[in-house]
Write a protein that binds this ligand. Sequence first.
Ligand code: ATP
Ligand code: MG
Length: 434
Amino acid sequence: MAIKRNSSDISVEDGSVVISGWVQDVRNMGGISFLTLRDRFGTIQVTMPKKKIDPELFGLLTKLSRETAVSVTGDVKESNQTALGLEVIPTAAEVHSEAAVPLPLGVIDKVEAGMDTRLNNRFLDLRKPEVKAIFELKALMVELIEEAVRTNGFTQVYTPKIGAAGAEGGAELFKVEYFDRPAYLAQSPQLYKQILMSSGLDRIFELGPAFRAEQSNTNRHVTEFISFDCEMAWIENEEQVMAMIEEIIDHVLNGMRERGAKQLEVLGKEINVPARPYPILTYSECLEMVNANGLPLKEGDDLGTEGEKIIGDLMAEKGIDLYFIAEYPEEAKPFYIMEKDGTPYSFSFDLDYRGQEISSGGQREHRYEVLVERMRKKGLDPEDFGFYLDAFRYGMPPHGGWGIGIERLLVKMLDLSNIREAILFPRDPSRLAP
Ligand code: ATP
Ligand code: MG
């Protein structure tokens, strides 16, 4: 009986094997033909000396179209012509599903297809080892995130993605029909994770979708992304929140480097693990830095894409990849952020990775009256936030947290050019399928 093997787990001692995969390529050289079979782990060569193979089998295998799904039974032989040092001489084959010709997207073509063609044919695009590697690394990244938060006592939670209103009001919400009334897709779990801080679930995290109805056609915005949110209670200051996020990112970067080595090699990428602690710049310092570099931003302005990039370049000159920007003006931050009393600033921070924001966080306002006051200041009606505010009326500990777009983290880590590279089936203003 032939045993089932894959390309990473096969040896000459195996004798007769069955290998399953896609036909990457068939080369007919006259007296001998070669079929390159690709599976999840790599490729293996099926060698067919015409005289030694059953003519019917030879005819079948040599005429297969590229990307056909097959199982080949054969004998493993040593070979000094192949990367694996072995080849398979076929004795039988089963064609599961023939690939239509021509392919809408070449899997081994040297010419790079455009992003739209790739995304329209994502199933084929993913057959490229360097594309698949990105998603294997994404899965590893999530595993490492979960390891790091669990080690620190965070409980995983799930909050609703359909609700009556948004976290911060605003126009970035997708409206959906909820039976006979309007509802909205969650732009963030903000309100729910804060409510949980009053519940005794002291430290929580969520990995789930966030929806943003933003007309942003950039390489870092999509309308649906996965947000990694944490919230922790009984903190004394926002530095404790920053220290936690730093510890988690550090675990993730180290783990990616060690446990993702194979995929990183496929991608030709290396991961730099920055020294800790990550520097903390203040918003005011950043303002001075961008002003000195020719960008005339005023107090209170958003640093914006350009400002973030200038800071990123200045930090890069010092060999710094990851850094916090803290103490933004309270005016620029949502109502739930705690003000730095007696100043125009707030206990908020962004974590930037090589010139781009990957996370926003901070210490939250846990004092009921102050929170209500802040809502009013932002033009929000506290009446609209009843269920949220209730949680602040019966004993709310001081707390803080953050949200990270995991795709942005991956893009920066792997130095990818577009967030769509890090999402299987991205959603943006012009793409709703596949
Ligand atoms: P930006 O200013 O870069 O658009 P933001 O400040 O609006 O981001 P936040 O509301 O602070 O974003 O969301 C927290 C995190 O979620 C961001 O730091 C980012 O990693 C991620 N994120 C936000 N919007 C998007 C988006 N449209 N696509 C992908 N990730 C996003
Ligand atoms: Mg932000």
